[in-house]
Design a protein. Structure first.
Length: 568
């Protein structure tokens, strides 16, 4: 008798076109034997094999519930006609490693996530993939892998956290960082700091404002790579569980349609993503991560695309950290889905791009809710928070390859003052806590770039301490490192070239006058080209701080922040 797995119908053979190389034929008996041991049956060998990439981990609330969501995806895949296989990849917690040497490993984890999903999916010959992420680097890491693989796939966001409550006020992780600064300046007591600490994180889910996780989830939905409405759903809800279940079914339909990421993530789709990020007032990390995703497909997205789109798109959403509200508040009045519908109706989005539903964005948004009447979270076009996008690319003699500034919530977007120069985040934080920074200063933090850190640390502890001490509007800060999505104030990150490779930021001296001008899009130091060149002739790069291990490898492979800080 012929073997069961060799008597499949043509439809099934088409849907398992990749996985059949490990499940079909006499020579694959050992492969099937291994698969039987993990639960596959004769019938399963004729079906598409779907990888479910889970970033579950107990180390962070952002990911502590994702195992349950992965189970819902598995159910959906089964009902949709596929065979699910859950596998794990890593996460690190930005919130927990913030302000420590551990933060140097955060951005490199994005590359490890991307590499690991690519490795498993390629080795196991999955016909499709569903990736589930929660913390900041999970999302771009997952998307970079899906872009490389280019097989039918989609992303599911683990969901935003519910806010904590302290003395009747909503609080979150940024509230705790800022409370540290308030305590250091005597504005609150140790007991009040402890009260905020105990209240801010009530359970599972990603940090609640328009920080990096919520920013990237929104961008991915606008890219067309997640199901409609999923990016603003709270983590611990029946709606999020249903979102996962439906994603499991959707990936099988994508295989039937042969609809792959490169057919979805087009130039117009990336413009949609940038548009939504600008309208929502998203994280500066969106610049880094969207460029990194695009580079996996050899699509030449650049920082100049953010300038081009940002000039057209107003900032509409009054969301933290620059505003008042959290993602759960936006969800109540229509969510990111509702915002996208409004942007499409007003001519800011490309509606004809394909999405993972198999339909166009415009078709998806026909079912989207209108933003609630009377809501005051998303402003109308006639009364925007700012007439252009809040993510501003700066260039000048201090950042020839560009830098990124976020102006959301700022009263003034120009700052000029003397430099206070530090060669690490730790030096800077100590200076702030010892009250060595004052109104008008421009804090310079260098050797924190992709190669110099290495790892391009986020500076939330530093910026929150400044805000907590009352310097959020009166002190400027520039760095070749990064910022958390929770950062706000007159701060500039991603200064390129970085100090470690001889960028001009390497030769800034104490007292040099620096101008941050987000109106004109410039970042300059009051030195001539000749003076900068003379200083650079005397400059020497510091010796590498890591000579073995993952960060040593990272230093050798990582590109500039202006190119997405990807490893090549």
């Amino acid at each position: 008798m012929p073997e069961t797995n060799e008597t499949t119908n043509s439809t099934h053979k088409e849907l398992n076109s990749r996985s059949k190389m490990i499940t079909e034929g006499t020579m694959r008996a050992p492969n099937r034997s291994m698969l039987r041991a993990v639960g596959l049956t004769d019938e399963d060998f004729n079906k598409p094999l779907i990888g479910v990439a889970s970033t579950w981990s107990e180390i962070t609330p952002c990911n502590s519930h994702i195992n349950r969501l992965a189970e819902k995806v598995r159910e959906g895949v089964r009902v949709g006609g596929g065979v699910p296989q859950i596998f794990g990849t890593i996460t690190v917690s930005d919130g927990i490693s913030m302000g420590t040497e551990g933060m140097k490993f955060s951005l490199p984890s994005r590359e490890v996530i991307a590499d690991s999903i690519e490795l498993v999916s390629s080795a196991q010959r999955f016909d499709g993939v569903v990736a589930i992420g929660g913390c900041d680097k999970n999302m771009p890491g997952c998307m970079m892998a899906l872009a490389r693989l280019n097989i039918p796939s989609l992303f599911v966001y683990g969901g935003t956290i519910l806010p904590g409550v302290c003395r009747g006020q909503d609080v979150d992780i940024v509230s705790v960082f800022e409370a540290v600064g308030q305590y250091s300046s005597g504005k609150i007591s140790r007991e009040e700091l402890a009260e905020v600490e105990r209240s801010a994180i009530p359970g599972a889910g990603s940090c609640g404002g328009m920080y990096t996780a919520n920013t990237m989830a929104s961008a991915i939905e606008a890219l067309g790579m997640s199901l409609p409405g999923g990016s603003s759903m709270p983590a611990v809800t029946a709606r999020k569980a249903l979102d996962c279940y439906e994603a499991g079914q959707a990936v099988v339909r994508l295989i039937e349609l042969d609809l792959t990421p490169r057919k979805i993530m087009t130039k117009e789709a990336f413009e949609n993503a940038i548009t939504l990020v600008m309208a929502l007032g998203g994280s500066t990390n969106a610049v880094l991560h969207l460029i990194a995703i695009a580079r996996q497909m050899d699509y030449p997205l650049t920082i100049d695309d953010f300038t081009r789109v940002g000039h057209k798109v107003p900032h509409l959403a009054d969301l933290k950290p620059g505003g008042k509200y959290a993602m759960v508040d936006l969800d109540k009045v229509g969510g990111t889905w509702g915002v996208m519908k409004y942007l499409l109706q007003t001519g800011f989005l490309h509606g004809d791009v394909l999405t993972v539903t198999g339909k166009t964005l415009a078709e998806n948004l026909e079912k989207a809710p209108d933003l609630s009447e009377g809501q005051n979270i998303v402003m109308p076009l006639e009364k925007p928070l700012h007439p252009t996008g809040p993510l501003v690319i700066l260039r000048g003699n201090l950042a020839p390859e560009g830098a990124v500034c976020k102006i959301a919530g700022l009263k003034s977007i120009v700052h000029r003052g003397p430099a206070k120069v530090f060669n690490s985040e730790e030096e800077t934080f100590d200076a702030i806590m010892n009250h060595n920074i004052t109104h008008g200063d421009v804090v310079v933090i260098r050797y924190e770039g992709p190669k110099g850190g290495p790892g391009m640390r986020e500076m939330l502890a530093v910026t929150s301490a400044l805000v907590g001490q009352g310097y959020g509007e009166t002190v400027g800060l520039i760095t070749d490192g990064r910022f958390s999505g929770g950062t706000h104030g007159m701060v500039v990150g991603h200064v390129s070239p970085e100090a470690q490779v001889g960028g001009p930021i390497a030769v800034v001296e104490e007292g040099d006058i620096i101008t941050i001008d987000a109106e004109s899009g410039t970042l300059t130091i009051d030195l001539s080209a000749e003076q900068i060149a003379q200083r650079l002739e005397k400059w020497q790069a510091p010796a590498p701080t890591y000579t073995k291990g993952v960060l040593a490898k990272y230093v050798k492979l990582v590109t500039s922040a202006s190119e997405g800080a990807i490893t090549e």
